[in-house]
Design a protein around this ligand. Structure first.
Ligand code: GRF
Length: 206
C-alpha cells in the first residue's frame, strides 16, 4: 500500500476526487495516510472526516512561524504518517502556500501539484482568469512534480479544455476542475505503479 499525504487549504474537491477514486477502486494500492490543512476552516477538513481520514491542521495565519519553521511542522507530520524522502507521495491539492526550498528538496520526486492551466502558461494564482484575459482558445490543467520555483516542475499529465466564447471565470474553472479530478488520480496511479521517470525536464511515462 502506498501512503499519500495530501496538503490542502480550501474547498477540497481534488481531495474528495482522490478519496472517491480509492473508494470506488479506480485508484489502486493507495491510501490517504493524512490530510494536512493550512487553514482551520477549510472544507477539505470536513471531507477528510467524512471519509474517516486523519486530518491535521497547522493554522498558518495564527502560528506566526517563518516559512522554514512552518514547513518543518509539515515535514514532521508527514514523517509521523510514513511519508518520507524515500516512501509515499505528497500531493498538493489546492494548497495555497509557497513551500520552502528545504521542504521541496526533502520530498524531491515525491511531491506533485495540480494546476488549473496548461503550464508553462498562466502560472500562479487565478490561472483560469489569466487564460480568459489573454484570450486563449484552449486551456486546461496540469499535474507536475514540484520544484522550488512555483509551477515550473516536470509535467506528468495534462488535459486540454476548450475555452468557449461565452465563458466566464466560473464556467471555465468548473469545466477545468472536472478534468483536474481525473488527471490527478491518473498521475497518482502512474506514480505508485512506478511508471514515472524524471529525465531532466521531462517525465518519461512507461
Ligand atoms: C484547483 O483548481 C487546483 O488546480 C488549484 O486550486 C484549486 C483547488 O481546488 N491548485 P480544490 O480545493 O481541490 O477544490
Amino acid at each position: 500500500m502506498n501512503d499519500l499525504g495530501v496538503l490542502v487549504s480550501g474547498r477540497g474537491s481534488n481531495l474528495e476526487a482522490i478519496l472517491e477514486s480509492i473508494r470506488e477502486g479506480r485508484l489502486k494500492e493507495v491510501r490517504v495516510a493524512v490530510v494536512i490543512s493550512s487553514a482551520t476552516d477549510a472544507r477539505a477538513l470536513t471531507i477528510a472526516r467524512k471519509f474517516g481520514i486523519e486530518a491535521e491542521v497547522f493554522d498558518f495565519k495564527n502560528l506566526n512561524l517563518t516559512r522554514l519553521e512552518y514547513d518543518r511542522l509539515l515535514t514532521d507530520c508527514l514523517k509521523r504518517h510514513g511519508i518520507t524522502s524515500s516512501a509515499g507521495l505528497v500531493v498538493l491539492a489546492g494548497y495555497d502556500k509557497i513551500l520552502s526550498p528545504e521542504f521541496v528538496r526533502e520530498f524531491s520526486g515525491r511531491l506533485i501539484n495540480i494546476h488549473p492551466a496548461l503550464l508553462p502558461a498562466f502560472r500562479g494564482l487565478h490561472a483560469q482568469k489569466q487564460a480568459l484575459d489573454f484570450g486563449v482558445k484552449v486551456s486546461g490543467c496540469t499535474v507536475h512534480f514540484v520544484v522550488p520555483e512555483v509551477d515550473t516542475g516536470p509535467i506528468i499529465v495534462q488535459k486540454c479544455v476548450e475555452v468557449r466564447e461565452d465563458d466566464t471565470e466560473e464556467s471555465l474553472s468548473e469545466r477545468i476542475l472536472k478534468e483536474e479530478h481525473l488527471i490527478l488520480s491518473k498521475a497518482i496511479q502512474l506514480f505508485v505503479d512506478g511508471k514515472l521517470r524524471i529525465v531532466g525536464r521531462r517525465v518519461v511515462v512507461s
